[in-house]
Design a protein around this ligand. Structure first.
Ligand SMILES: [Zn+2]
Length: 279
């Protein structure tokens, strides 16, 4: 395990603890996703809400159709959903059935289960990329961050999302399907406003983005991410003014993030490195 992952795991802990403290204060039981770890990922997700608002994506839906459904889910469903999109070389694609989680996390299928399904689905086709997505529901973001404004706030990747757990997941995918390269496995969070692609950052990239802010501490970065979320629902919020600072804050935790609004009709699962950067 490399230093970057450790750093991510630590902040993952502190953000998760903050979230669970708030939930506890409000009388809602939650458990720490990091503590639960990979063992818990094999447990069955508890069924606590009816099928109303369930995210359903047919196997042969297009990328755009699936994203529209996940956007709807982020706005309307109380629970997080995990969804996996497979794009094959040659243009065809498949959606794995979305998996429902709780309001603040989704364990999804285990990687071996997903890998088995992907192998069955793909048959003789070669995989172009696997897009591993999950939603951050509007209600949960408002609750956890204490957002009162009417406008839907942003809900970028959480501490848990950027922790070593996410990278372990990717590594398991690669172990299950050794022909895949790192860049073929894309991770993203879908919030009420758009798609947050994210990936682990290399030392040189991190040095470049933080070169004028050597004293940007983890505490300051965590504070910057939280205030971005809280402020994002206010009418005076300027995304373009705050985005560079947010990207720096994630860089402190070794994460590259790139946001794409649902209104931008970008091609299929472009990932964190698709340029030019835009709102
Ligand atoms: Zn998340």
């Amino acid at each position: 395990m490399i230093v970057g992952n450790m750093s991510g795991a630590i902040v993952g802990h502190s953000i998760m603890n903050l979230m669970s403290e708030r939930l506890k204060r409000d009388g809602i039981k939650t458990s720490n996703a990091l503590k639960a770890g990979l063992v818990a990922a094999s447990l069955i997700t508890p069924y606590e809400h009816g099928p109303a608002n369930a995210a359903e994506i047919p196997r042969y839906a297009s990328w755009r159709q699936g994203i529209t459904e996940l956007k709807r889910s982020a706005l309307e469903s109380p629970n997080e959903y995990e969804a996996i999109f497979i794009q094959y070389k040659g243009g065809s694609s498949d959606w794995l059935p979305p998996v429902r989680g709780t309001p603040t996390r989704v364990k999804g299928r285990t990687v071996p289960e997903s890998a088995k399904m992907i192998r069955e689905y793909k048959a003789a086709r070669a995989i172009g990329r696997i897009c591993h997505l999950h939603t951050h529901p509007l209600n949960s973001i408002r609750h956890v961050f204490g957002v009162v404004d009417k406008k839907p706030p942003h809900g970028p990747p959480s501490g848990g999302d950027i922790s070593s757990l996410g990278d372990l997941m990717r590594n398991f995918f690669r172990m299950s399907m050794p022909q895949l390269q790192d860049h073929q496995i894309i991770q993203a969070v879908l919030d009420p406003r758009g798609i947050w692609y994210h990936r682990h950052m290399k030392v040189r990239e991190r040095d470049t983005i933080l070169k004028n802010d050597p004293h940007f501490s983890e505490i300051a970065a965590e504070r910057a991410i939280k205030s971005f979320v809280r402020d994002s629902a206010s009418d005076s919020f300027s995304f373009s003014a705050r985005y560079p600072e947010l990207q720096k804050a994630y860089a402190v935790f070794w994460r590259k993030v790139r946001f794409v609004s649902y209104d931008d009709q970008e091609p299929t699962c472009t990932g964190p490195d698709y340029g030019p950067e835009k709102k």
